[in-house]
Ligand binder design. Structure first.
Ligand code: FES
Length: 140
């Protein structure tokens, strides 16, 4: 009769207990981080974003600090949208080939109206109002 000291049931329980402790620690760390990071307030109306000349016709420019993307679908016609992706909240980081692009999961939004061109996002970017005077773009 073999009698080794390895009890397979006990070994499995020990492994699960260690795994559970690790998951609990990860959750408490995550909860602490998100609870202590308040959302930044939106920039005020009248905030200058930059030069209109920096926004290419048919393209756009992401103003990451203000969380706004400004596009120029046609010469002299500007549009603006929240730079926060409607999928899971990443900041869009590029405008190319007629779309505003999110780096996280590949969603793309049309420069003309912020509508979804490619998912996984299912909602358009939130519209913002901007004014262009004296060659400067300002939040409206
Ligand atoms: S957060 Fe933008 S594609 Fe997922």
């Amino acid at each position: 009769m073999a009698n080794d000291n390895t009890d397979p049931v006990l070994a499995r329980r020990t492994a699960l207990a260690v795994l559970g402790a690790g998951l609990a620690a990860g959750c408490s760390t995550y909860g602490g981080t998100s609870a202590s990071t308040p959302a930044a307030p939106p920039p005020a109306a009248g905030t200058e974003l930059g030069a209109a000349a920096d926004v290419p016709v048919g393209g756009g420019k992401v103003f990451a600090a203000q969380q706004v993307v400004v596009t120029q679908p046609a010469a002299g016609t500007f549009a603006a949208f929240s730079a926060i992706c409607t999928h899971q909240g990443c900041t869009v980081d590029a405008v190319a080939d007629g779309t505003i692009n999110c780096p996280c999961h590949g969603s793309k939004f049309a420069v003309a109206d912020g509508s979804v061109a490619t998912g996984p996002a299912s909602q358009p970017l939130e519209k913002k109002t901007v004014t262009v005077t004296g060659g400067k773009i300002r939040l409206g």
